[in-house]
Each structure stands twice: as structure tokens, then as C-alpha cells.
Design a protein around this ligand. Structure first.
Ligand code: ATP
Ligand code: MG
Length: 456
């Protein structure tokens, strides 16, 4: 991959000189005179190195440097300063510039500085991504658990796995309920026996009953032979009852009896068969509400939820998002191949999106992005449009509340949204004049640019 350099200087002569010099060295160069435009650009595109003049107007190099440090901390920055302005140079270093070169510069010296800066930046950015990948790898049974909430779930799994207690796993769709159930099985003494999953929502009542408990020949029309049920199949192992809330009342009663007696009777059968099965159940609806409506047996609920494990929706544990992204990228592209890079904007969009479909939706979004990614970079444009739209601060439909399905978002995300709304009001009051708006807000123009969505 070619090294990408962003070059900013308001003097056209120097810009074109540097441009041709760097291109001759096989760098991929983007050059511009306007620092405000550069601030916009670095939000959507990533570069290995920024070379910027200090003295420019209306937005100067220091503002650009600050914006760069904020939106792309792993990009190295070299500042070009006029001879004799040591103070500025020192300030630039304090703000995190890699180095400075005084004008007029010696070509060799400049090229050497660039080379060192690029190498340094590479090492740094590899570290950032590596760290995210490593975090993803610190996990239990492939469960990414960077957030306190998920770590807690992992602790619970470790603790309950060796016992034979029933566990009720609850969480929205796509939060990883089956993953947790499998981890419990894998860490139990039953790991060498089978893990059998039944989706209680997938079958109509009579079929579900015979699926779970089996039937004897002639029990009903079409029962042409004896059939073993999944309880028997899972003997010695674990039976995972998925979407338990959909289980019809009649079967709930039978299940309760099996849990108490530890034996089943096949449909139409006359004798009981002893089974040694650990039951795990999952639900994405609140069973207590169903109990109130007489749609779920209270006694069964208490039997199942001896140990409850609740998995929070992804939007309530945002620290897991980026590690999950890296985990999915790694799984998709395979070991040893170079990881695509996320632009800062992409990273922010992924972290802010509410993920109603939770981890499953995230996995699908990343697969989608990989299909369309170019030059090893994942930009906003290759994300599913829904996610990118949020990032662009797209207007919310009227009446939509500032909460995601009634749950709280982080204070930071809320404030950012409010701030953006306010900035846009002030800007429109100033007829779109950004300098005027910045003055009214008592912030620098660069800060205003940083806070506004790109292309606004
Ligand atoms: N913490 C996590 N770490 C790694 N992968 C995860 C995590 N949580 C979920 N996944 C992955 O997300 C996908 C969805 O998980 P899973 O099928 O377990 O969800 P679920 O809660 O059973 O969803 P549903 O209610 O739709 O059945 C799976 O590919 C799973 O491996
Ligand atoms: Mg599931």
C-alpha cells in the first residue's frame, strides 16, 4: 500500500514544488491550500502523514494540527515553520506534531524527516489496531467481553457451567444468547455429550411436543414408527430451549414435570424413560409480563430461572462494538492477511449507531462493508446506508424521541447530538456564514468545522 500524504500550504508555489518532489519519491499525495477543507477531509479519509504550513488563513496550521490529533491520532504530522519562529515550533511539538522543518528547507532533510515520521506513524497505527484486535482476543469462548456487562456474563458462565442448574438467558435478538448457552455447555462436565437446540417458535404445538418428547408408533396419524425425542437425544448432555416464550401452555406443563421428575414419556407411550439432561432456556421477551397475561406458567418460570443471565443490548455496552468489529473482520478475511483499516468517521459511526439487531446486525454490516471495501480501507460509503446515514447527522423523522426504543443513550452521545442541533441553528441564523457563526459561538472556525457533519 502506498504511503498517503496530505499536504497543506496556502502558498501555491511551495505546494506544487513539494507535490512533485513527494510524487517523485512514490508517495501518494493529496495537496490543498485550504486548512478548513483539510480538516473536513481527515474526518472521512485516512492518511499516513500530514505536512502542513503553520501560517495560513483563515484557519491556520495549528488548528489543523489540533483537529488532526483529535480525529486521527495515529497520523504523524510535520509542521513547516518560518525560520526563526522557535516558539511556534515548540508549541507544535507540544500539540503532538512529530517534528517540524523550517523554511526554506533542504530537500534531503525534509525527505528524511518524512521517512522517519511515516515509519513512526505506521508503528503507532498498527499498535492501535492491534490493541483493538487483542482486546477482541481477550475473551472467553470467543465471546468478546470488553464491557463490564459482558465480563460479568462471562463470570456467570464460568460459575454456573460446572453445576447442573437450569439457566434462563434473556436478551434482545442477536445479543448472543445461543453463544452463551454453548459456552455453558462447553465448560460443563457434559461437554463430550451433545448440545441439542430446539426452537420453540418454529414448530406448531403437536409437532413440538413429539419433537421434544418423541412418540410411539401409532400415537397419531402419520406416526408410523417409534421416534426418539430431543430429550433422549440430549441424554447426558444439554438441551437448549430457544424462544421459550413461544412454548404452548400444554407443553409448558409437560416440561415442568420432566424437570421435576427427570423422566419423559413419549407421546402415546405408557412408560417413563429416565433422562439426564441439563436444560438451558433463552428468551427475548420478558417472561414476567407473559405470566401476568397467563401466557406463561409461573411455576415453570421459577424452575427455569434458577440462575438468570441477562445480556444487555449492544447499544448499552458500546465498548464491545469496535472489538466485535475487529473480531468479525479477522474471521472474515482469515488469519495472517492484512486487516482493513477503519477511517475515523467509520469508527465513530459504528460506535454511535443504535444496533437494533445487536451483534448479528453488526456482523452483517461488516460483511457488507468488506464486500465493497477498496484499498484496504473501510469508509462510511461501504457501510450499509442506514448506519452511514446516522453518522451524517441525518434529520430524525418528526416525533422520534432522542432515545433508542425508550432506552437511554450515553450522555456524551446525547450532548453531541444536542450540540450539533444547536450549531446548525446558529449557522442557519448566520445564513450559512461559518465565520459569523463561529464568532457568535465564541469558538474558532476550525472547531466549528470539526463539530459539523462533513459537507455541511
Ligand atoms: N459477545 C460476543 N462476542 C462474539 N460474538 C458474538 C457475541 N455476541 C454475539 N455474537 C455473535 O453474534 C451472532 C448472534 O448471536 P446468537 O445467535 O448467539 O444471538 P441470539 O441472542 O441467540 O439471537 P436470536 O435471538 O436472534 O436467536 C452470532 O454469530 C454470535 O457468534
Ligand atoms: Mg438464537
Amino acid at each position: 500500500m502506498a504511503t498517503r500524504i496530505l499536504l497543506v500550504d496556502d502558498e501555491p508555489r511551495i505546494l506544487s514544488l513539494l507535490n512533485s518532489l513527494l510524487k517523485r519519491e512514490n508517495y501518494e499525495v493529496t495537496s490543498m491550500q485550504d486548512a478548513a477543507k483539510a480538516i473536513e477531509l481527515i474526518r472521512s479519509d485516512s492518511f499516513d502523514l500530514l505536512i502542513s504550513d503553520v501560517r495560513m488563513s483563515p484557519v491556520d496550521g495549528m488548528e489543523l494540527l489540533k483537529a488532526a490529533r483529535q480525529s486521527q491520532p495515529s497520523m504523524s504530522v510535520i509542521m513547516l515553520t518560518a525560520y526563526g519562529t522557535v516558539e511556534t515550533a515548540i508549541e507544535a511539538m507540544k500539540l503532538g506534531a512529530f517534528d517540524y522543518v523550517t523554511k526554506p528547507f533542504k530537500v534531503d532533510e525534509l525527505l528524511l524527516t518524512i521517512q522517519r515520521a511515516v515509519e513512526y506513524g505506521r508503528a503507532l497505527s498498527e499498535n492501535v489496531d492491534l490493541k483493538a484486535e487483542l482486546i477482541g482476543r481477550y475473551s472467553f469462548e470467543n465471546i468478546v467481553a470488553e464491557s463490564a456487562a459482558m465480563r460479568n456474563v462471562c463470570e456467570m458462565i464460568k460459575r454456573v457451567a460446572p453445576t447442573d442448574t437450569t439457566v434462563l438467558i434473556s436478551g434482545e435478538s442477536g445479543t448472543g444468547k445461543e453463544l452463551v448457552a454453548r459456552a455453558i455447555h462447553t465448560h460443563s462436565r457434559r461437554r463430550d455429550k451433545r448440545f441439542v437446540a430446539v426452537n420453540c417458535a418454529a414448530l406448531p404445538e403437536p409437532l413440538l411436543e413429539s419433537e421434544m418428547f418423541g412418540h410411539v408408533k401409532g400415537a397419531f396419524t402419520g406416526a408410523s414408527a417409534n421416534k426418539e425425542g430431543l430429550f433422549e437425544t440430549a441424554h447426558g448432555g444439554t438441551l437448549f430451549l430457544d424462544e421459550i416464550s413461544s412454548m404452548p401452555m400444554s407443553i409448558q406443563g409437560k416440561l415442568l414435570r420432566v424437570l421435576q421428575e427427570k423422566e419423559i414419556r413419549r407421546v402415546g407411550g405408557t412408560s417413563n424413560i429416565a433422562v439426564d439432561v441439563r436444560v438451558l432456556a433463552a428468551t427475548n421477551t420478558n417472561l414476567e409480563n407473559l405470566i401476568k397475561e397467563d401466557l406463561f406458567r409461573e411455576d415453570l418460570y421459577y424452575r427455569l430461572s434458577v440462575i438468570p443471565i441477562e445480556i444487555k443490548p449492544l447499544r448499552e455496552r458500546r465498548e464491545d462494538i469496535i472489538p466485535l468489529v475487529f473480531r468479525t473482520l479477522r474471521n472474515e478475511i482469515g488469519e495472517g492477511r492484512e486487516m482493513p483499516r477503519l477511517t475515523p468517521e467509520t469508527r465513530a459511526a459504528l460506535e454511535e449507531y443504535p444496533w437494533p439487531g445487536n451483534v448479528r446486525e453488526l456482523e452483517n454490516a461488516i460483511k457488507h462493508a468488506i464486500t465493497f471495501a477498496q484499498d484496504g480501507r473501510i469508509t462510511l460509503e461501504v457501510l450499509p446506508p442506514k448506519i452511514a446515514a446516522k453518522a451524517h447527522g441525518a434529520a430524525r423523522p418528526a416525533g422520534e424521541k432522542n432515545t433508542d426504543s425508550g432506552r437511554a443513550k450515553s450522555l456524551k452521545a446525547f450532548l453531541r447530538e444536542k450540540e450539533r442541533e444547536y450549531l446548525e441553528q446558529v449557522l442557519s441564523a448566520a445564513d450559512g456564514d461559518k465565520e459569523k457563526a463561529a464568532q457568535a459561538l465564541k469558538i474558532s472556525l476550525a472547531t466549528l468545522y470539526r463539530k459539523l457533519p462533513p459537507n455541511s
